[in-house]
Design a protein around this ligand. Structure first.
Ligand code: NAG
Length: 367
């Protein structure tokens, strides 16, 4: 009897201890559960998210660009920790259904949008409309990002929130441009395979910019860049776009382009290539002004962006022992040896540790 009382007391005190200092659990979707979740709760979350449009920066011709955005409140307890999620070239919000679901299951709100000239956002006037285009990388993408944030603060949706940043590929490049121009916006940032140097194969990086500039000068801003054509990539592809090794994640995330064929893009205009290369080169040169704490995830098997720009941004560049470029001061680089470009949509053996790492990092900077 006595013994039982003691153990009951022990259990009670252990329970009290556990509930006083709970270890937050982490929910991460597994590939085997994905199809059911994708068509069930993830779809429900997607269609019931708050949607709206924000007037972006004016177009070169003065025209208006209304950017469609979506806000997904946390699916765990209510929170003011909000991730500003910025997608990549040719992408659209719906592609991130699983990734957003996992972030919100872990207690974060997510605000995301389609960039001008792609996804469900208006095109900028080039024909065919399936070419990626931007008139000015800084004014356009970075300026729009600031408008999305400030307008949604003014409306009250994210007023007083602790903002965190997550950007993939071109979205990571846009985020760096934003952090340099508007420092102090984010408590911390995760850059996932950020576009800080484009793989311009077969052209060496050093000539890609002048080639794009020459084509733009002779063919006009809407001319296709070398090797680029306006035909969108296939929605079904045995090579999985060369961006992931997870067939199920590739297949499901591309369904959105079947549902919204107008969201599909092919290659890029010469103007886009010229704008993108010159903007991101400048961001890497100015890395030391990116003072936000950053966790940069590098995919070793990436064929779309080069490691070099990420390495220089995060670690700086020394030539003959002399520092030529100073790094972003609070940048931590994590390399995934088996990952292709879309680390967040990779197989579980890569994605699960990646998700654990970024969620722990975001929690470290949460309120
Ligand atoms: C946007 O939200 C409104 C109001 O909840 C809803 O009626 C509408 O269907 C949503 N639009 C889209 C495109 O999801």
């Amino acid at each position: 009897m006595h013994f039982l009382k003691v153990s009951a007391a022990l259990v009670l005190s252990l329970t009290a201890f556990v509930s006083a200092a709970p270890t937050p659990s982490v929910f991460i979707t597994a590939e085997k559960d994905l199809t059911a979740l994708w068509n069930g709760p993830m779809y429900q979350q997607y269609i019931s998210s708050t949607n709206g449009t924000t007037l972006g920066m004016p177009r070169a011709d003065g025209g208006a660009v209304n950017l469609p955005w979506r806000y997904y409140p946390s699916l765990a307890k209510e929170t003011k920790n909000t991730i500003i999620l910025t997608n990549g070239r040719a992408e659209t919000v719906g592609k991130f259904r699983e990734f957003i679901y996992d972030l919100s299951q872990n207690g974060f709100n997510v605000l995301t949008w389609d960039h001008r000239g792609q996804g469900l956002a208006p095109r900028l006037g080039c024909q065919p409309t399936t070419l990626s285009d931007v008139e000015d990388f800084n004014e356009g993408y970075v300026g729009d990002m600031q408008k999305i944030i400030t307008d949604n603060k003014k409306s009250g949706l994210i007023a007083g929130h602790n903002l965190l940043f997550w950007g993939h590929s071109m979205g990571g490049g846009i985020g760096v441009g934003h952090m340099q121009k508007f420092p102090g916006t984010f408590a911390a940032a995760v850059l996932s395979a950020p576009m800080l140097e484009i793989n311009t194969d077969p052209y060496p990086g050093i000539v890609a910019l002048p080639i794009a500039d020459i084509i733009e000068a002779f063919g006009g801003p809407c001319a296709a860049a070398p090797g680029q054509n306006p035909v969108p990539g296939p929605v079904q592809d045995p090579n999985l776009g060369g961006v992931t090794t997870s067939a199920i994640r590739f297949t499901l995330s591309r369904q959105i382009y079947t549902q919204f064929p107008n969201a599909q893009l092919g290659g890029s205009t010469a103007r886009w290539v010229s704008e993108a290369i010159s903007a991101i080169q400048a961001y890497v040169l100015k890395a030391k002004y990116t003072t936000t704490p950053i966790q940069l995830h590098q995919a070793a098997l990436d064929t779309l962006v080069n490691d070099n720009g990420q390495n220089v941004f995060c670690k700086g560049l020394k030539v003959l022992g002399v520092t030529v470029i100073k790094p972003a001061p609070k940048c931590q680089l994590i390399r995934h040896e088996a990952a292709k470009h879309e680390i967040w949509a990779e197989v579980d053996s890569i994605r699960t540790p990646y998700m654990n790492t970024i969620i722990a990092y975001f929690r470290q900077f949460s309120v």
